[in-house]
Design a protein around this ligand. Structure first.
Ligand code: SF4
Length: 455
């Protein structure tokens, strides 16, 4: 150990926001037990790598990182999605490539990781429990945080291997989720991003069990949870944003909460496609729903609604007519923010067995065509905001905003959507502070972003 009083752990967090919340739980526990973190592999007593195993590029990045940590430090614990993957011979994939790692766990395994840490690096005598903030350790900036409400997924989409890595849906007790949310707001979080694999399914595994928060009964159900989160956020003026919401009929009930301003009028709905036959081949949840009608009804209930979605172009067997259906859908549905992947087979996914695989060039060409249409829709919708006054959460503002700054409106989730570029305020007394809100009048739209003058 490099310093007897402070055992140091190096930590690398790869992957999606759900993996990030796993990292935060482990870091919180490490801190609670008196471990400190090291910014370098060489300066640490051991290294934990939280991996991603979703697409082949992510697998490569994770394996390379483990290799680097082994070379520079030697003591490495691996956790996360890749840790649950098997090699072709049936043995653990990570161990088969890096046999020297100390331990390998799957995702969502704080206790197993801590057991492995204790075995390699005994915990210090006097844990600095009081030094751990109530909200835990967060890897995001202080003013926004991801809140994971469940783990795993009951669906079996043919292109996805997440359920084989993360298991079936397990919803966190509603009281625990709300306690964590309150601690986050108390700790200064101004934007709470609700994440899971399937947010609309929250509570299905518990049969919507009645839970308790501050002695008050609350059902383990999306609508009830979202309403409570909105109420908790109110006194802090904080935002609640929902991700990974599938278009089941009961999602309709959320729209009034958005219209009354309790939660942001923003939905991240991973549609993936629009054509019923493609959705069937993808084995998508809610594939039988009339998504266009549903979206139109949502917009009627809450005209401010912004919809973000992801799509896959060139899925096996996708005909030109089916692809055209997708292009029409994006335009008719007015999808505000769209991402698109060219279909790429993931090792272990059942879609690999489907007939009608398309050549790479066709998949790429369709992705490019899709993005051209989606960007046109997106910029047209964005242009309507010019002249409006919006509330903007400030992400960066050098020199107290004297030279302007960058923030986001309700329509922009961090990392994935656009931003609002704030011009230097005209009033000399006006300051822009990171993590605070400002009102700003939109003066222009530039690509995916807006330009606004603080007022
Ligand atoms: S809903 Fe489908 S894509 Fe999403 S995690 Fe579950 S199986 Fe994977």
């Amino acid at each position: 150990m490099n310093d007897l009083a402070t055992p140091k752990v190096g930590f690398v967090s790869l992957g999606c926001p759900k993996a990030l919340t796993d990292s935060e739980l482990i870091l919180t526990q490490l801190s609670a037990e008196g471990y400190t973190t090291s910014k370098t592999f060489a300066g640490a007593d051991l290294v934990i790598v939280n991996t991603c195993g979703f697409i082949d590029d992510a697998v490569k990045e994770s394996l390379d990182t483990i290799g680097e940590a082994l070379a520079e430090n030697g003591k490495v614990i691996v956790t996360g999605c890749l840790g649950a993957k098997q090699a072709e011979g049936g043995e653990n994939l990570v161990r088969s490539i890096h046999p020297k790692v100390l331990a390998v766990t799957g995702p969502h395994a704080t206790q197993e990781v801590m057991d492995a840490v204790h075995a390699a690096l005994p915990k210090p005598h006097d844990p600095f429990l009081d030094l751990v903030p109530a909200a835990g350790i967060k890897l995001t900036p202080k003013h926004y945080a991801y809140l994971k409400i469940s783990e795993g997924c009951n669906h079996r989409c043919s292109f996805c291997i997440i359920p084989s890595m993360r298991g079936d849906l397990v919803s966190r007790p509603v009281g625990d989720v709300l306690k964590e949310a309150r601690a986050l707001f108390e700790g200064g979080v101004k934007e709470l991003l609700v994440v899971s694999q399937d947010t609309s399914a929250y509570g299905v595994d518990t049969k919507y069990r009645m839970g308790f928060f501050d002695g008050k009964p609350v059902k383990t159900r999306m609508l009830d949870l979202v309403r409570e989160l909105g109420e908790l956020a109110k006194p802090y003026g904080a935002w609640v944003r929902l991700h990974y919401v599938y278009p089941y009929p009961h999602v309709d009930e959320l729209l009034p909460l958005m219209a009354e301003g309790l939660v942001l009028p923003y939905l991240d709905v991973p549609f993936q496609h629009s054509h019923p036959e493609v959705l069937k081949r993808m084995k998508r949840p809610a594939s039988g729903e009339k998504n266009l009608d549903r979206l139109q009804a949502w917009r009627a209930a809450c005209p401010e609604l912004v919809v973000r979605s992801t799509f896959i172009a060139g899925f096996p067997g996708e005909t030109e007519a089916e692809f055209q259906h997708l292009l029409d859908f994006v335009q008719e549905a007015g999808i505000d923010r769209a991402g698109c992947f060219a279909y790429s087979p993931v090792t272990g996914a059942t879609a690999n067995e489907l007939p009608g695989a398309l050549p790479d060039a066709v998949r790429e060409e369709r992705r490019a065509r899709f993005m051209a249409v989606a960007e046109k829709v997106s910029t047209e919708r964005l242009a309507r905001r010019v002249g409006q006054e919006l509330q903007v959460l400030i992400d960066s503002a050098p020199a107290m905003g004297k030279k302007g700054g960058v923030g986001r409106s309700f329509a922009d989730a961090p990392e994935i959507d656009g931003t609002v570029r704030l011009l230097p305020p005209q009033k000399a007394s006006k300051q822009l502070k990171v993590g605070e809100f400002t009102r700003a009048r939109v003066v222009a739209a530039e690509g995916h972003d807006l330009v606004a003058m603080p007022v």
